[in-house]
Design a protein around this ligand. Structure first.
Ligand code: GAL
Length: 277
């Protein structure tokens, strides 16, 4: 109720997190009693490693779940090239080897498979909550406990004010990601999602199965795994939604509703970075 200018609750009763809707001190006391470790997965494959990883990790140290135990899981084709950073006490970094793919679309979609596999075993034993993020972004403000919930997704900064008929859902009935007229809730950006480990495992596994189904049909969803994630969260309502503060594109003129930015898009350079390795 502290924010009248934005939607702070979904029709199914999940909170939408905006600056001014939570009290970090109350959250700190509440979670302080629990033995909490939070995972943060990120993919740095091919040229994305040199271009983005260091800044992503350095700024995460400054702003992501500061004061809490965090394990960074870096998935990469070149573990030896991962920058060695001094991490705050209680925070550690692990690398996981993955194979580069010829097409960036396949790297993007395979992430769901790699995550689902990794969550099956080690990660779920080490952390309670896990966030999965794109690497081509960096933190500029606090990203803290207010973002935790059983399942968490993010409003896309370009589409959060649009009605669902105009957002870029997959509209091909042959794709498993298809959403028809009247379907879908919001448009979610796959650059950030998370939640309790078993829930994220379920999401990543379901999205990957949907990707495979599309491959068998010879189709590819409009925004690859993001389209499947949108379908998934329409069918399995998220427990919490992060406002676009949590992944803002600074190229968009800020309206009064965006009072802070916490994570921002880095310069994309798709053409150069996505050329086959
Ligand atoms: C772009 C973004 C893509 C995808 C797309 C959806 O701005 O870079 O990752 O989310 O929007 O239209």
């Amino acid at each position: 109720r502290s924010r009248q200018d934005v939607l702070t609750c979904t029709p199914w009763g999940s909170p939408i997190v905006w600056e001014g809707t939570f009290d970090p001190e109350i959250l700190r006391q509440e979670y302080g009693r629990r033995n909490l470790t939070i995972g943060l997965t990120v993919f740095a494959v091919g040229r994305y490693l040199e271009k983005y990883l260091e800044q992503f990790l350095e700024t995460a140290e400054e702003h992501f779940m500061v004061g809490w135990r965090v394990i960074y899981y870096v998935f990469t084709d070149r573990p030896g090239a991962v920058p060695r950073l001094g991490l705050a006490p209680g925070r550690q970094l692990q690398t996981r080897m993955v194979e580069n793919q010829k097409r960036w679309q396949d790297i993007s979609m395979m992430r769901m498979h790699w995550l689902s596999q990794a969550l099956d075993t080690a990660i779920c034993r080490e952390v309670q909550y896990v966030f999965c993020m794109d690497v081509d972004q960096f933190f500029v403000g606090a990203f803290g406990l207010e973002a935790l919930a059983e399942s968490v997704t993010l409003l896309h900064s370009y589409f959060y004010r649009w009605t669902r008929s105009y957002v870029p859902y997959d509209r091909n009935p042959r794709s498993a990601a298809f959403l028809g007229p009247g379907e879908g809730d919001f448009y979610y950006h796959a650059a950030v999602f998370g939640g309790l480990c078993p829930r994220v495992k379920n999401l990543t596994e379901s999205c990957f199965q949907a990707v495979l189904q599309d491959k068998r049909q010879g189709v590819e969803a409009r925004w690859q795994e993001e389209s499947h994630l949108n379908k998934y969260f329409w069918q399995h309502k998220p427990a919490k939604i992060l406002s676009p503060e949590y992944c803002w594109d600074q190229a968009i003129r800020r309206r009064g509703d965006i009072r802070v930015a916490r994570l921002v898009w880095a310069e994309k350079q798709y053409r150069r970075l996505r050329q086959a390795a």
